[in-house]
Design a protein around this ligand. Structure first.
Ligand code: FE2
Length: 548
């Protein structure tokens, strides 16, 4: 059975093609359009999928849509109906969007007239996490902003079945609470949450915690958010009102204003509150399933600090490589377990790269090396504190670069972090970078309980010689690498370890400020030339600037 999976119209639109439970290819729309978190119908991703898997649209037997538009529509209409006057213009806009965003019409325009199967939003999150996990028995916890009505679910996975046990509905949403404070702190919701997470260790959570926790209350298994502080039900522009400012006794920060200690304290309080609420859900998941294994899904599963705390109740935790809505395109297609790597995107052949390099002759020189020599040279450059853009094979699916579209550097000097943040990424100095490490050595350097292949847990570093990849509170968002996962990257880490005695590299996604992760060799070359990256490696081509 050939299926096309689609997620769209919230953020991180994506599509995939599966055959049985094998994922043939998958990509996010943003990589093709260059619009970060692009939420539009993923027509470019679909076009590429059909081409790369040599599939005609008529070969697609079923389309699996990651959520149920009818139930979502019910939530939107009922919510608007609570305040008919206040939401008048929103309703008009929503009606227009509804017409534009009909899955059936959009698929028809691509020539598809077959069956469309709609899944529950949180089921797709749960399915992606559970069916890509190694477990046949697990608790599944999904937490995000909002799906149709649901914002949080706890399910039990047993064999090929997912049984939902608890759900919490909009407007009670931990994801939206996190986004609201992100917006209060002057960052863009659905994007700035990483900044808030990075900022939190610089603050004192106790300053705002008691005030902030007043926005919610609990019954036995659920949390409720007092809507008097929020505008989620009637505004798409601002997520909070002046009552929240009064509660916190703090004015909201404008994006261009400096970050003060107060802002850091609020970020810390939010992270602490999120961790407390998340752990309560984890505890409930443990109590009602009795499982030793936990699968996490939904955008909130990118909160690596909170994720690591779940070991308090579970022996093993699985977080897939794209827990947010992008991964749901895959989740919607799965009805059983699968082994899938995150390397599901476009790849390029040497003859294409060679041809392209000719047109960049004025700017760069290149050397084609055999793999062993390439790895040796690259490791030497990294050991000599050079910054290397590393472009290999198939592009990753999900928000993280996992060694195929990465900017790499040595983590051994603190100046490297500053240089990468200031010169290359042009972003806030406080933002941390993640270390990649050979799995066998990871236990020596980091306080991990099991492999962390997708960079979604934040753990304490056991050593003090990785300053560029260690955050202010001695934590790291670690990425463990095995030969099976990514052989070439694993070899590179090994060679770096042989030269420096530290098989660890600082790994950040290959993109510059406000850009999506690099998709093609052309994009790689353009970004390399415009930036201060020292060397670019595309497959086995070592590329150097001519006028550097
Ligand atoms: Fe979601």
């Amino acid at each position: 059975m050939i299926k096309l999976g689609i997620s769209a119209f919230y953020h991180d639109s994506a599509a995939c093609i599966t055959n049985g439970n094998i994922v043939l290819a998958a990509a996010e729309e943003e990589r093709f359009t260059g619009i970060k978190h692009d939420s539009s119908f993923p027509k470019n991703a679909i076009k590429w999928l059909l081409h790369s898997t040599v599939t005609k649209i008529s070969d697609i037997q079923e389309v699996h849509w990651y959520e149920n538009p009818q139930i979502k529509d019910d939530r939107v209409r009922r919510t608007f109906a609570k305040r008919p006057i206040k939401t008048f213009f929103l309703r008009q806009r929503y009606k227009k969007e509804q017409l534009r965003n009909s899955p059936q019409a959009l698929l028809q325009a691509l020539g598809y007239t077959g069956k469309i199967i709609y899944h529950d939003h949180h089921y797709s999150h749960a399915a992606f996490s559970y069916f890509t996990s190694p477990y046949r028995d697990a608790a599944i916890l999904t937490v995000d902003g909002v799906g149709e009505w649901e914002t949080t679910t706890i399910s039990r996975g047993k064999g090929n079945k997912i049984e939902k046990l608890i759900s919490i509905d909009f407007p009670n949403s931990l994801g939206m609470l996190y986004s609201t404070i992100t917006s209060f702190l002057g960052f863009r919701p659905n994007e700035g949450e990483y900044k808030v997470m990075g900022l939190a260790p610089y603050g004192d959570p106790s300053v705002y915690f008691k005030k902030l926790e007043k926005v919610l209350c609990h019954t036995s298994n659920k949390f409720y958010l007092y809507q008097k502080y929020f505008t989620w039900e009637y505004s798409q522009k601002i997520m909070f009102n002046k009552k929240l400012c009064q509660l916190l006794e703090l004015p909201p920060r404008l994006p261009e204003e400096p970050l003060t200690q107060e802002h850091k304290n609020l970020a810390a309080a939010l992270q602490k509150l999120y961790e407390r609420e998340f752990l309560k859900l984890v505890e409930t998941a443990k109590n009602i399933t009795g499982s030793q294994n936990l699968c996490l899904g939904g955008g909130c599963a990118y909160n690596g600090v909170a994720n690591s705390l779940a070991y308090k109740y579970f022996d093993s935790i699985h977080i897939p490589f794209a827990p947010s809505d992008a991964g749901s395109a895959i989740g919607a297609c799965l009805d059983g377990h699968t082994k899938v790597s995150p390397y599901l995107g476009p790849e390029f052949q040497d003859h294409q790269i060679k041809r392209l390099l000719k047109s960049y002759d004025d700017n760069v020189v290149h050397f084609k090396l055999d793999e062993d020599l390439l790895i040796k040279r690259t490791a030497e450059l990294l050991a000599a504190e050079k910054i290397v853009a590393w472009f290999q094979g198939k592009m990753e699916f999900g928000a993280r670069a996992l060694g195929n579209r990465s900017i790499l550097a040595s983590p051994r000097k603190p100046q490297m972090r500053e240089k990468l943040n200031r010169v290359i990424k042009k972003r806030e100095a406080f933002r941390p970078f993640a270390p990649s490490v050979i799995l066998d050595d990871a236990y020596m350097f980091f306080n991990i309980k099991e492999p962390v292949p997708y960079m979604n847990q934040v753990v304490k570093a056991k050593v003090n010689f990785l300053p560029a990849a260690t955050h202010i509170d001695d934590t790291c968002r670690v990425h463990t690498v095995t030969k099976k996962q990514n052989e070439k990257y694993w070899k590179l880490l090994n060679e770096v370890g042989r030269i420096t005695k530290v098989p660890v590299l600082l790994n950040t996604s290959f993109n510059l400020k406000d850009q999506t992760i690099t998709l093609s060799p052309k994009q790689a070359l353009d970004r390399f030339i415009e930036s201060d990256i020292d060397f670019l490696i595309i497959n086995n081509f070592l590329i150097k600037k001519k006028h550097a």
